[in-house]
Structure formats: C-alpha cells, structure tokens
Design a protein around this ligand. Structure first.
Ligand code: FAD
Length: 423
C-alpha cells in the first residue's frame, strides 16, 4: 500500500519506519525543513516507560491549584484564559473524577510503555543511530516524606506489572547520583531501573535518514491543508509548499501524526480531537563539570524540573502551562529551571549560556494518546501523546502499523480509541 503519514515528529517518523519495514510505500509530509523540529525538539529527553501516567489525575486536582499562585510553581495559566483552555480544564476535571478511569488508563499506558521499550531495544539493535541515547534508569527524588510515601504505591504498581523499580534512601541516591552535591531537600527516591534517555530531535532526524535510505519519501517544507474525503474513504491530501504551490496527493491510506495540529485536519470529517497544547520550557547547555552532572535523568519534585544527561550536555525541563500556542519564553520560567539545577548540581554547567526552548505537549484531556482507526476506513491516527510521546513513540508506531495491516495489537487499545471523546 502507499501510505501517507502527516507529520514528521518522532511519532510520524517511527510510524514511517514501522510501515516501511512491513513493505509499504511511505510518504511523510512535514511542514518544517527537518524531522522532529516541533514538540519533539527540546523535550526532557526521558524514555520513561515506567513513569507514564494519565494527565487527568484525581490526586492532582487540589494539589495543583496552589501551584498556580506560587512564583516557582510548575503549573501556569495565562490570564485571561482562552475558551479552549477553559474547555480543556473542564474536560480534564470530568475525566479526573470518572471513578476508576485514572487507574485503568495508567495501566494501559504502562503496558504501552513496556511494549515501547521492547521496540526501542529492537530498533537500536538494528540501527546504529546517534542520539545520545541510553538506558541507565531514572530517579524521582522525594523532597518531602509525603512524596516518598506516595512513591510506595507507584513501586507496588510497577512490581505488579513486572517493571523493575526500587525505593532508595538518601544515601543510596547519592551513590547512584554522585554528582548531586547540592543541598536541596532529599528524603529518598524511586528508581525506575530500566528507563532511558535520549535526544528526541537527534533521534527523529537520524531515523528519518535511515527511513530515506530504505525508500521512504520525506516531503519537507510542505503542509497538508486538508484531507479530501468521501463518505467511506480518504482519497487524498491537499498539499501546499513554501512557495504556495498546491498539489493533490493520492494514497491508499493516511496516518495523522501531526501532534497539536491534528485536530484541524480531522474536524472537517467529523472527528473531534480535544488535543490542547500544554506548554513547557527547556534549557540545553554543554557540561563544564561532568562529575557534578546527573548520571542519567532525575525528576526534582521540589521544583518539578527534570534534568537529563545527554552525552556531554545537560537538558533541564519544566512547567505545565496553558497559554494556547503562545511561544514566548519568559525569563522567570528559565530562572526557575536554572534554580532547580543549581540546587542539585551546582557548577555543572554555565546555565546563563544555555539554549532556551519552548514547545507544546499534544495533550488529551484524559491522558492516553489517540491510536487507531479514524472515521474513514483508510484513515488512522497516532497522535495526542501529551507528556510521553518520545517514550511511547516506538511502541505506538508498531501498534498502529499492525492495526493498518489488520493484525491484533499486542497492547489493548481501548484506552487509546480515537472516538472516545464523542461517546
Ligand atoms: C517541555 C516538554 C517536555 C517533554 N518531555 C518529554 C519526555 O521527557 N519524554 C517524553 O516521552 N515526552 C516528552 N514530551 C512530550 C513529547 O515531546 C511529545 O509527546 C512528542 O514530541 C510528540 O511527538 P509528535 O510527533 O506527536 O508531535 P510533534 O513533534 O509536534 O510533531 C508533529 C509534526 O507534525 C507537523 N505538522 C503538523 N501539522 C502539519 C500539517 N498540516 N502539514 C505538515 N506537517 C504538519 C509539525 O510540523 C510537527 O513536526 C515533552 C514535551 C514538552 C513540551
């Protein structure tokens, strides 16, 4: 089959790779001039298979409210909020308060996480891609006794699902992370032993190159304006290049992996995808003192900032902000991220010289991504991966490729079904 994938972020590129492996002819349409240049560019770099959880977390609803009013608080809401932001928040509350839903969705996402880890390991065996990738584990620090207590439940759930994790004392944390010489509060940590890291942007570009070598066509600087669909099938996509030239591209099947921009493509054919762009920020900086840098990746629950080692660089990321598609980078946000890094890894890098970035998590109001067949027989979706698209990309790509080929998915896809927001 000739299959068009709309979007060349990490999800579109991994999807293209899996479809090509299965013998399909694949064309990827990407409006940027390289792959992985939107949300997949400057993310926290964690392949956190054991951490994945739904956005609509009932335990967060009351905890999160005071964060809105704290200078360094991780949650931000642009005032006055837009209609879209308010609608998204209400939808989130509805899902958070649906009895039992969080637990079901969390298990579904963790199972996809386990599958994604397997697919990444396979892919990395097959291809020698350079993306500063590793699987050296991940630490969630506990800066309060209550945080450590909360990690016990997570540890039990992971054990039940066969995902290795350990609760560490502060002394053990310092052994695992000898560079963490700062004096931030520390009561212990949960170690996700088999989780990993990697530069998602480098990976997307390297995998796109590997795809091209295998015959996948990447059409860069080309935007899909709309789908051309009949009652039962999508016939083509209407394209426009940087010079404004238009073209109709026909194919046998279509996959939408356009991240935050997916809803506008499918709304005209009757599918409502309530994906909202949840903004975050990152800094990336060369390390000047490698011994005092993170060994792998740590989540500092004191500031809710993630610091990740990427070879000889440090990436630190934070904030969950509802500001629609606003791309400003206020100095106050970057200052909080710097403060977190300095409190744990003082002197590891010249943080004032860091490259800054902002991007939008393609978030669904319940949390699971949107994976499966759409409202036409040859239309498929692999999008809405929110906070965990890098982590889940390899698994979701394999799953959607199997769905397209009419095979049974190794992961139950109920939680991810595209039509769930209209039920
Ligand atoms: C601050 C922050 C930290 C994060 N940290 C992590 C992390 O540590 N681990 C993790 O797993 N995830 C993390 N994420 C989430 C992760 O980055 C995303 O889930 C993932 O990048 C989404 O990939 P995607 O391919 O779906 O979307 P994108 O990367 O946004 O790709 C979509 C692509 O589609 C293209 N496109 C859109 N519309 C069109 C069109 N009409 N025509 C042509 N092209 C189009 C866009 O240009 C874009 O390149 C983080 C996100 C943020 C913002």
């Amino acid at each position: 089959m000739h299959i068009v994938v709309v979007g060349g972020g990490v999800v579109g590129v991994t999807t293209a790779w899996e479809l090509n492996r299965r013998g399909h002819q694949v064309t990827v349409i990407e409006r940027h001039d390289v792959a992985g240049n939107e949300t997949s560019k400057g993310n926290a770099a964690q392949r956190s298979y054991g951490v994945v959880y739904p956005w609509a977390d009932p335990s967060m609803v009351f905890k999160a409210l005071p964060w809105l009013f704290k200078q360094d608080g991780p949650l931000k809401l642009r005032m006055p909020p837009s209609v879209e932001a308010v609608k998204f928040m209400f939808a989130t509350l509805r899902y958070a308060w649906s009895p039992g839903l969080f637990g079901l969705n969390r298990r579904a996402m963790l199972r996809l996480g386990i599958h994604s880890r397997e697919r990444f390991l396979k892919l990395e065996q097959e291809l020698d891609l350079e993306f500063d990738g590793d699987h050296k584990g991940l630490l969630h620090l506990a800066s309060t006794p209550e945080a450590l207590e909360g990690y016990r439940d997570v540890h039990n759930l992971l054990t039940e699902l066969g995902i290795p994790s350990r609760l560490l004392s502060p002394e053990q944390v310092r052994e695992v992370e000898p560079g963490m010489v700062g004096g931030g509060p520390l009561y212990g940590a949960l170690s996700y032993d088999t989780d990993g890291t990697g530069d998602c942007h480098l990976f997307s570009r390297a995998l796109a190159n590997a795809c091209e070598e295998k015959g996948v066509e990447f059409r860069y600087n080309v935007e899909v304006d709309n789908l051309i669909a009949g009652e039962h099938r999508v016939d083509a996509v209407a394209l426009r290049n940087a010079d404004g030239e238009r073209e109709i591209l026909k194919a046998d099947a279509f996959v939408i992996s356009a991240g935050c921009w997916s809803p506008t493509l499918v709304r005209p054919i009757g599918l409502d995808l309530p994906i909202y762009p949840i903004k975050g920020y990152s800094i990336t900086v060369p390390l000047k003192n490698q011994e005092h840098a993170p060994f792998s990746t740590i989540h500092d629950d004191n500031y809710k900032v993630v610091s990740t080692r990427l070879g000889d660089r440090l990436r630190a990321t934070g904030f969950v902000e509802l500001a629609d598609f606003n791309r400003d980078i206020p100095e106050a946000r970057i200052a909080t991220i710097r403060k977190s890094v300095e409190s744990r890894y003082p002197g590891c890098a010249d943080l004032d010289a860091a490259e800054t970035w902002t991007g939008f998590r393609p978030m669904t109001p319940d949390g699971p991504a949107i994976i499966g067949q759409g409202p036409r027989e040859n239309l498929y979706l692999n999008t809405g991966h929110g906070t965990f698209g890098w982590t889940l990309s390899a698994g979701s790509a394999d799953v959607i490729a199997r769905v397209i080929d009419g095979e049974t998915s190794p992961v139950n896809l109920d939680a991810f079904r595209p039509g769930r927001f209209q039920e």
